[in-house]
Design a protein around this ligand. Sequence first.
Ligand SMILES: Nc1ncnc2c1ncn2[C@@H]1O[C@H](COP(=O)(O)OP(=O)(O)O)[C@@H](O)[C@H]1O
Ligand SMILES: [Mg+2]
Length: 306
Amino acid sequence: MSGRPEGRAGPCTFDPDAVDLRALDRAHLAALHRQRPDDLRVVGYGEVSLAFAWPPRAPTVVAKSLPPFADGARLRSYEALLEEYLGVLAARGVAVLPTAVRAVADRTRPRAYVLQPWVAPERIGPTVLAAADTERGADLLREVVANVLRASDDQVGIDGQVSNWALVDGRLHYLDVSTPMLRDAAGRDRLDTAPFAAAVPWLLRWPVERFVAPALLAPYHDARRVLLDTAGNLLRERLAHWLPALLEHANPHLGAPLTIPEVQRFYRGNARAWSALQALRRADRAWQRHVRRRPYGFLLPTSYRR
Ligand SMILES: Nc1ncnc2c1ncn2[C@@H]1O[C@H](COP(=O)(O)OP(=O)(O)O)[C@@H](O)[C@H]1O
Ligand SMILES: [Mg+2]
């Protein structure tokens, strides 16, 4: 992708073209085939995409699998939208990890990956926060809040959860960009959610595209809702002791301040909803594999931490 300082990518050297994409793709497909990561070095199980460090023994990049695109044109429009999203975030003062899209030509449909420099686990948000002293942790949370306030409005969305930030060269960098949340002037999501909707049980696909996808994306366009989610996620990450500091930085900017009971209620509701979705996905996987005898295109986490 153009417009990003690839190669000399700010904090880390990053050369997406040096990646042996075929080997990476083969390893990913083999893991899907086994339905077990084994030697694939998984760093994140997303709802839609799997993030894994590559090459496994001495990682230089993280690859995030994208859902299959029907054709090259659809992949190119995704890539253009992602590029635009990266530009918008940068223009709003959010530092973003260098990001590129690379695809393997498949006989039928391109299989594409979002590539970023690999960041060591001790520099990813939750680990940084777990190890931080009071002052440093409060600084980081202030930075998260400031980024969310700058980047979430009707046009642009961002996911503030601490797991979406990496501390590189002393500065938080946003990494969760593979769902570019941009809307047009009429308020419609510009992302074509059809390929992404394939990650949920097929019975739900139609309503997901039509109704659920916009509803899933909408919260990321509202700063208060993003910060509520960021706060709730601290509970999931066993970082509840940082909740007061987050609220202290967030609340002066919000019309209605967030309270700890509100965050706790929100977290409990969310945990139930995601557990239900995961159970549904596991049931769908069993159906696809054992009844329909079709390969299942995703790796599911073995358990959901709440
Ligand atoms: N460039 C990276 N280097 C190291 N770890 C990463 C990187 N990108 C993502 N991760 C890990 O994978 C997790 C999921 O990636 P993310 O882009 O946030 O996708 P998701 O949409 O699934 O949340 C992150 O929370 C982080 O722990
Ligand atoms: Mg994330």
